[in-house]
Write a protein that binds this ligand. Structure first.
Ligand SMILES: Cc1cc2nc3c(=O)[nH]c(=O)nc-3n(C[C@H](O)[C@H](O)[C@H](O)COP(=O)(O)O)c2cc1C
Length: 228
């Protein structure tokens, strides 16, 4: 069984610390678990990503009983990323810390995952781990990690920390300029631990689902929790 992992690099910079964090983590995964994982990195900066236009059409899916894709589907590159996320068994998200939050590129992209939620939670039960790189110690890496988690919870994913002896909130990279992360040994180690944790849980979940024929029972309700 091969476990598919997708890394989302949410830095707008080339040669970014976030991208390096994902690359080194996947390299170490290959060394530690040879042949067990397939992985790819989507660099959001390379894509055309329009913002959600708040038309609410994707939210009408369940009212009509039909699948109505996002109205932007032919306007940019988002749909292909959504399909790759759905095909993945686990997700790793790496973002720079901006004002204690994930990048605006992450925010713009993640709003566009709403159609997946409205299609009975197509990302349900995917383990998700986050790596956040900040220029300053105590500069908001953990708040950025938590903020990154939230939309994945909303998508029915299983957010995880790094799962070592301390079980931190994921990976905190401490770096400023491009490539500085390479000297942050502890940050890179946490990046691998987070990747390993997602990989392990994705493997166990996939094996269990295949053995039992499990299919996610989660059904999206358009009306639950809405004001009448
Ligand atoms: C607009 C902007 C806001 C930033 N805000 C913070 C911040 O709140 N806290 C912090 O520690 N570093 C902050 N930084 C520094 C970046 O997080 C840091 O340079 C990081 O290594 C960038 O990662 P990247 O190479 O993956 O883009 C900010 C940088 C920019 C450009």
């Amino acid at each position: 069984m091969t476990v598919r992992l997708l890394g989302l690099n949410c830095s707008p910079r080339d040669n970014s610390n976030s991208g390096i964090m994902l690359e080194t983590s996947f390299d170490q995964l290959d060394t530690t678990y040879p042949g067990e994982a397939e992985h790819e990195i989507v660099h959001l900066r390379d894509l055309h990503i329009e913002p959600c236009k708040a038309c609410n059409v994707c939210g009408k899916t369940k009212d009509t009983g039909r699948f109505i894709p996002c109205v932007r589907v032919d306007e940019d590159d988002v749909q292909t990323v959504l399909e790759r996320m759905v095909a993945a068994d686990g997700l790793l998200v790496a973002t720079p810390v901006y004002f204690g939050l994930p990048s605006d590129l992450f925010s713009r992209f993640i709003m566009r995952t709403r159609p997946l939620r409205h299609q009975d939670f197509k990302l349900a039960n995917r383990p998700v781990g986050v790596m956040a790189t900040a220029g300053r110690r105590s500069g908001g890496a953990e708040t950025a990690i938590l903020a990154t988690w939230l939309p994945f919870v909303r998508n029915g994913c299983l957010v995880v920390g790094n799962g070592d002896g301390t079980c931190q909130f994921g990976a905190y990279g401490w770096a400023g300029g491009r490539g500085h992360i390479l000297s942050d040994e502890w940050g890179l180690e946490q990046g691998f631990q987070t990747t390993e944790r997602v990989f392990t849980l994705a493997k166990v979940f996939k094996a269990g689902a295949e053995a039992t024929g499990f299919e996610s029972p989660m059904k999206f309700s358009y009306s639950a929790g809405m004001r009448p």
